[in-house]
Design a protein around this ligand. Structure first.
Ligand code: PEP
Ligand code: MN
Length: 355
């Protein structure tokens, strides 16, 4: 589906990268919302976020203050001039948010996974013109993410952006949600005109990861950042460990290095020419390797030998990964490539056997 999108940048907000959205994970009290909002406005933040309906993993946690919080967001708009955004997960949320004059909506990761829920939101948005930001689904499924974008587009919404907030994994180590950058990169290839935000707060799950993740997002030319900021992060009712004060947020944003992607220096062009040439050589070598594999296939067929010879495959994996390491290549990377090459060789030989 070819999407004809319009800019999500609201009047008065600079389109310069990064477009920043900041505010607490949740609206907790009117005082917390107003204190945080005033400090963020003083740091020149133009778009304020706060969740009022909170999807929580287990019952019994803080599930948000509900529609009451929308009144506080309205007050933020009136008193600070910031735009406000909140998460919607149901038809009722959409109606309430629109009624309260919320400027921008976002769809959370736990909602994007569910086409019924996304369709319900899309139906509620029919005929409305409001920017909608769509977080990636919790699982690393690009098609599901694009499907959600298409459903919202199908409702007539044209101001759409995506938010990369990382992907769940069973084994949580450094990140709360794995960044898997190749997925937003592939999304950019598939829908080049779609702005992509990064949510380093939910990827990292820890304050100290916000700065490096934001920098990575900028280095990958993402358009904006949505960062959780709270006037008193340690006391936050939700996601306390990943929220930063408006002062720290300002510090993190000022440290970001924004590289200008359109400046291609002569040196870079030369290096790219070298890469193009190496890629050609790699492909020619691969073609040659496949030709030899097919010859081996013919030999195996004539001598009634099976295609798979496990000792030989293991020997290749072990020897080559040692060789790769001595050449400064990671052994996982070498194994992954060899596995793919081996699978293709097996496929080629199977074709020969079946002739
Ligand atoms: C949030 O932004 O507070 C939130 C609930 O995020 P996610 O949907 O990414 O988990
Ligand atoms: Mn949160």
């Amino acid at each position: 589906m070819e999407l004809e999108l319009k800019s999500v940048v609201l009047p008065g907000v600079s389109p310069e990268r990064p477009i920043v959205i900041a505010g607490p994970c949740s609206a907790e009290t009117e005082e917390q919302v107003m204190n945080t909002a005033r400090s963020l406005a003083a740091k020149d933040i133009k778009i304020f976020r706060a969740g009022v309906w909170k999807p929580r993993t287990k019952p019994g946690g803080f599930e948000g203050v509900g529609a009451t919080g929308l009144k506080w967001l309205k007050r933020v708009k009136e008193e600070t001039g910031m735009y406000v955004t909140t998460e919607v997960a149901t038809r009722e949320h959409v109606f309430e948010a629109l009624k309260a004059g919320i400027d921008m909506l976002w769809i959370g990761a736990r909602t994007t996974v569910n086409p019924f829920a996304v369709q319900e939101i899309a139906d509620a948005l029919q005929g409305v013109d409001i920017p909608v930001l769509i977080k990636n689904p919790v699982n690393p499924d690009l098609e599901l993410w694009i499907g959600a974008i298409e459903r919202i587009y199908g409702a007539g919404i044209r101001r759409i952006a995506a938010i990369h907030r990382g992907f769940s994994s069973y084994d949580k180590k450094i990140y709360r949600n794995l960044p898997l950058w190749h997925i937003p990169i592939e999304l950019r290839r598939r829908i080049p005109q779609l702005p992509i935000f990064c949510d380093p707060s939910h990827i990292g799950g820890k304050r100290e990861l916000i700065a490096p993740l934001s920098q990575q997002a900028m280095d990958l030319s993402l358009d904006g950042l949505i960062i959780e900021s709270h006037c008193n992060p340690d006391e936050a009712f939700s996601d306390a460990g990943q929220q930063i004060t408006p002062d720290v947020l300002d510090y993190v944003l000022n440290l970001l290095v924004i590289r200008n992607e359109t400046q291609t220096t002569e040196n870079l062009s030369e290096l790219r020419r070298q890469i193009d040439h190496i890629d050609e050589q790699l492909l020619e070598l691969l073609a040659k390797r496949m030709r030899i594999s097919r010859e081996i296939g013919v030999y195996k067929k004539e001598h009634n030998m099976p295609i798979l010879q496990s000792p030989r495959y293991n020997e290749i994996l072990v020897n080559r990964s040692h060789l790769g390491e001595s050449l400064d290549l990671s052994s996982d990377f070498v194994k992954e490539i060899l596995k793919e090459i081996h699978e293709e060789s097996v496929r080629q030989q199977m074709i020969i056997m079946s002739k």
